[in-house]
Design a protein around this ligand. Structure first.
Ligand SMILES: O=P(O)(O)OP(=O)(O)OP(=O)(O)OC[C@H]1O[C@@H](n2cnc3c(O)ncnc32)[C@H](O)[C@@H]1O
Ligand SMILES: [Mg+2]
Length: 198
C-alpha cells in the first residue's frame, strides 16, 4: 500500500489526520515512526514553518509528505502566541502554555477574549509537487480550562459553532468538522487526488 507521511511529532495532530484520511486506504505514518529525525522550525510565518517541516521530511524520507504549522492567534495579545504557540511558556508543555495564556489575559474581559486557531498545510512530494492550504476557526478564550480531548489550547478555546463547549469537549470527528485543521484539510482534498496520483 502507498505511504503518506504526516510530518508531525504531535500525536494529537496525528490522531486528527488519521481520522481525516481514514476513507482513503493510504498508509499514514508520522514522525513517531522516525524518532531520530528532528526538524528545526525557525520560520517567521505559519507557511514558512509548514514548508520547512515538509521539505526536511521529504529530503530525509523520500516519500510524499503533509506538514502543518498551526497556532492560536489572540486578538487582545496582538496575535500572540501565533507561530510561537508550541513553546509559548518556554517548553513544549500544554499545561504551562495554557497557564501562561490565562495569566496574560487575567485582566481582559470576556467580550475582548476573541481568538482564532490557524493552520497552514503544505503537501510536498519528492519531485517538488506542492499544495498549500489554510484554515481557521474563531472563538473565545475561557477563564478556566475544561475538557479532556484534543491537545494544546483546546481546553481554553470555545469555538463559535458551539454555545457552551470547549474544543477539548468535542470528539475528534466533531473537532475535525469545524477546526482550522479540518477546514485546511478539506481545502486540500479538493486537489489531493490529482496531486497524489500524479
Ligand atoms: O510541529 P509538529 O511536530 O507538527 O507539532 P507541534 O505541536 O510543534 O505543532 P506546531 O509547531 O504547529 O505548533 C502548534 C502549537 O499550537 C497549538 N495548537 C495547534 N493546533 C491546535 C489545536 O488543534 N488545538 C489546540 N492547540 C493547537 C499547540 O500548542 C501546538 O503545540
Ligand atoms: Mg512544532
Amino acid at each position: 500500500m502507498e505511504t503518506l507521511v504526516i510530518a508531525t511529532k504531535n500525536m494529537g495532530k496525528a490522531r486528527e489526520y488519521r481520522q481525516l484520511f481514514s476513507p482513503f486506504g493510504i498508509t499514514v505514518k508520522t514522525l513517531a515512526d522516525f524518532p531520530d529525525f528532528i526538524i528545526n522550525e525557525d520560520g517567521q510565518t505559519f507557511e514558512e514553518n509548514a514548508f520547512i517541516k515538509a521539505q526536511a521530511a521529504v529530503d530525509h524520507l523520500h516519500l510524499p509528505v503533509i506538514a502543518d504549522d498551526s497556532g492560536l492567534v489572540v486578538d487582545a495579545l496582538n496575535g500572540a502566541p501565533g507561530v510561537h504557540s508550541a513553546r509559548y511558556a518556554g517548553d513544549h508543555d500544554d499545561a504551562a502554555n495554557n497557564a501562561k495564556l490565562l495569566h496574560e489575559l487575567a485582566t481582559v474581559p470576556t467580550a475582548k477574549r476573541t481568538a482564532h486557531f490557524h493552520t497552514t498545510i503544505v503537501a510536498l512530494k519528492p519531485d517538488g509537487a506542492k499544495l498549500v492550504t489554510e484554515g481557521r476557526v474563531d472563538g473565545v478564550i475561557r477563564q478556566q480550562p475544561r475538557g479532556q480531548n484534543g491537545f494544546g489550547y483546546d481546553p481554553l478555546f470555545m469555538p463559535q459553532e458551539y454555545r457552551d463547549k470547549t474544543m477539548a469537549e468535542l470528539t475528534v470527528e466533531q473537532k475535525n468538522k469545524i477546526s482550522h485543521r479540518g477546514r485546511a484539510m478539506r481545502a486540500l482534498m479538493e486537489k489531493f487526488e490529482s496531486w497524489w496520483r500524479a
